[in-house]
Design a protein around this ligand. Structure first.
Ligand SMILES: Nc1ncnc2c1ncn2[C@@H]1O[C@H](COP(=O)(O)OP(=O)(O)OP(=O)(O)O)[C@@H](O)[C@H]1O
Ligand SMILES: [Mg+2]
Length: 272
């Protein structure tokens, strides 16, 4: 029995979180957002999408979030259709570039929102919101309003709101783009180590080469006109990660390699 359970656990842990099977997107106005994409995302991977503006990073992320549907091809989540998402062990959360908090609600109520919407008993929801706020170091700010927080703190609240549902898959579209570099580095470090501790799978959109290398296990370099996958770059560096990695020669070498790939992708994106 124990063997069988172990086997089941192993099978689940090896099941791809998302499979994108020749999924393409043509918008209603005829714009080709994405050429057919083939990509399998494995549990625990931290994937960054990087590429010139308009190459379809946000479109790909929205396909993965099922916010839009592919025009052709297929998407699978945990080997099934999207109806499986939201059940135990298959939660998905999305963090946007703008923290999108409710200005009239205090921080703890903002974090509790997904649980309140799901009808979770109040006491349990409160407990989980407290834990999520503690995870992002914001216990002291629970009773403040969003306007009383800095940009970095607001983004932490937004991350706590995503974590409160215990997601297995976290999707983030340039979440730290508007922050100063010091705050961004700190949040990057917290995020990558949190994902590692929880075996969370992350798909993360960024324009920063440094951020992509620091966070990722795999980077998908995209090109535009039409949007497509141009190259993949594996970051073979153990977790957890900290400033020692950022300051290492290896890090510098990887940034140079990725920068060269990105230049090639930008050249390949020029309209014929
Ligand atoms: N709803 C839409 N209707 C029509 N075209 C769209 C729509 N959404 C995106 N596009 C187009 O699809 C292409 C990909 O857009 P997308 O927003 O995915 O790019 P991106 O890589 O996220 O760019 P950025 O780095 O600027 O955020 C662009 O040419 C964009 O104009
Ligand atoms: Mg975008």
């Amino acid at each position: 029995m124990i063997d069988m359970l172990d086997q089941t656990a192993t099978t689940i842990s090896r099941t791809p979180v998302v499979e994108i099977l020749s999924a393409e997107k043509i918008f209603a106005n005829g714009v080709r957002g994405l050429d057919p994409i083939q990509l399998s995302i494995r549990p625990g991977e931290f994937i960054s999408l990087i590429g010139p503006s308009g190459c379809g990073k946000s479109t790909l992320l929205k396909l993965i979030a099922n916010l839009i549907e592919p025009t052709d091809g297929k998407m699978l989540w945990w080997r099934g259709d999207f109806s499986k998402v939201g059940t135990i062990g298959r939660q998905l959360a999305f963090v946007f570039q703008d923290p999108t908090l409710m200005p009239w609600s205090k921080v703890d109520a903002n974090v509790r929102l997904p649980l309140d919407l799901a009808g979770m008993p109040k006491a349990e929801a409160r407990q989980r919101a407290e834990a999520a706020l503690a995870h992002v170091g914001l216990t002291q700010a629970a009773k403040r309003y969003p306007r009383q927080l800095s940009g970095g703190m607001r983004m932490r609240v937004s991350i706590a709101r995503a974590l409160v549902t215990n997601p297995d898959l976290l999707l983030m579209d340039e979440p730290f783009g508007a922050l100063d570099e010091f705050t961004r580095n700190k949040l990057d470090e917290d995020l990558v180590n949190l994902c590692f501790e929880r075996n969370l799978t992350n798909v993360f959109v960024t324009h920063s080469i440094y951020e992509a290398i620091f966070l990722s296990t795999r980077i998908i370099v995209m090109a535009a006109n039409p949007g497509r996958i141009f190259a993949e770059y594996i970051v073979d560096e153990p977790m957890p990660r900290n400033d020692n990695f950022r300051r290492s020669d290896r890090f510098g070498d990887m940034c140079r390699e990725l920068s060269a790939l990105l230049s090639d992708a930008s050249l390949a994106s020029l309209k014929p």
